[in-house]
Design a protein around this ligand. Structure first.
Ligand code: ATP
Ligand code: MG
Length: 305
């Protein structure tokens, strides 16, 4: 996927200024006018995108200056796992780390809420993927009061402004990371309620997919509107130029994957990635090493060591 194409596919879904954002304005079924007949082309584009991504990641790793943090949030069955698996399939596993954040452990709850995420941030030269993240703190924790109570915060700090405070903390945290060379891109895979139902039923009809379904998934579905409200408010308050949200239509998996790959390629192409320069000194060293290797071979062929 050329960089130009990558922009074309990802820019329509990028939010850098949340103020007036409305979730209703994004159609989960959107495919930018491409139909199912374009699916084979989309697959080809994705394959090319995956190759481009592998090349960019190799440079990111060699240059060892920037880190990239990709955050994925979504309702159940929106395709987070599949998207991560497909889009990252071409990259060198050494340069990439996926971290899934589940219900916090008691050790996690003994700390501030960013703590567990901070310890898993990507190193320079690496791509870190957060499958769920500290954003759960303004989503599931907002929808379920009892989770906030479990956090054992001092009482006087739990005010009606607590989520506003968290938005501010998150904006500052992401600004801080950006200033330290961590490029952040955030993805909300936007699934329709109807498609979620279809996918849940599919899981319940296929024994190989039973493991993916839990009763709590169905319960959360009951709180759909509360979640959508929380997602909208989250995007309004945390979409910034330096750490944009991509609201990716998720009713068509092939399209979701193309958009996510495109956004990651765009992000990497905005960093000034290059292979490290070799100084004249180092060049001499390399030439000498080459001579030594060739010399050894020549000596062996002529019966030497
Ligand atoms: P996924 O649904 O992401 O594919 P999973 O089904 O394998 O993952 P779950 O056991 O459902 O894993 O774990 C994710 C659960 O953890 C979600 O219900 C999520 O809301 C919850 N969770 C994640 N972070 C937090 C948090 N900070 N506070 C409370 N709950 C959280
Ligand atoms: Mg789950």
């Amino acid at each position: 996927m050329a960089i130009q194409k990558a922009r074309e596919f990802s820019e329509p879904f990028r939010i850098t200024k949340g103020g007036k954002f409305r979730l209703k304005d994004v159609d989960p079924g959107d495919t930018l006018g491409y139909g199912t007949e374009d699916k084979p082309h989309a697959k080809e584009a994705l394959a090319m995108g995956i190759e481009a991504l592998a090349g960019l990641q190799d440079m990111l790793y060699a240059q060892d200056r920037w880190a990239v943090l990709l955050i994925f949030q979504a309702m159940d069955a929106a395709g987070k796992d599949g998207t991560i698996k497909h889009v990252m399939s071409g990259v060198n596993p050494q340069g990439c780390q996926v971290v899934s954040f589940k219900t916090p452990s008691s050790q996690d709850l003994d700390h501030d809420y960013l703590w567990r995420c901070m310890t898993r941030l990507p190193e320079r030269g690496r791509i870190g993927i957060f499958n769920r993240s500290y954003y759960e703190e303004v989503l599931v924790v907002r929808v379920h009061d009892e989770l906030l109570r479990r956090q054992r915060l001092p009482e006087r700090l739990v005010t009606k402004d607590i989520f506003e405070d968290r938005f501010q903390d998150i904006r500052h945290f992401e600004r801080y990371l950006t200033r330290n060379g961590v490029a952040i891109r955030k993805f909300f895979l936007h699934l329709s309620r109807k498609e979620q139902k279809r996918r849940f039923l599919e899981r319940l009809e296929n024994p190989d997919k039973y493991w993916k379904f839990s009763a709590s998934d169905a319960q959360e579905r009951g709180r759909w509107d509360d979640y959508m409200e929380a997602y909208e408010d989250m995007i309004r308050n945390t979409a910034t130029k330096y750490a944009p949200w991509y609201v990716v239509p998720a009713d068509n998996k092939w399209f979701t994957r193309v958009v996510v790959a495109a956004a990651i390629i765009s992000a990497l192409s905005e960093l000034d990635l290059r292979y490290p320069e070799v100084s004249p000194e180092q060049r001499k060293g390399l030439a000498a090493a080459r001579q030594a290797l060739l010399g050894n071979k020549a000596r062996r062929q002529s019966g030497g060591a």
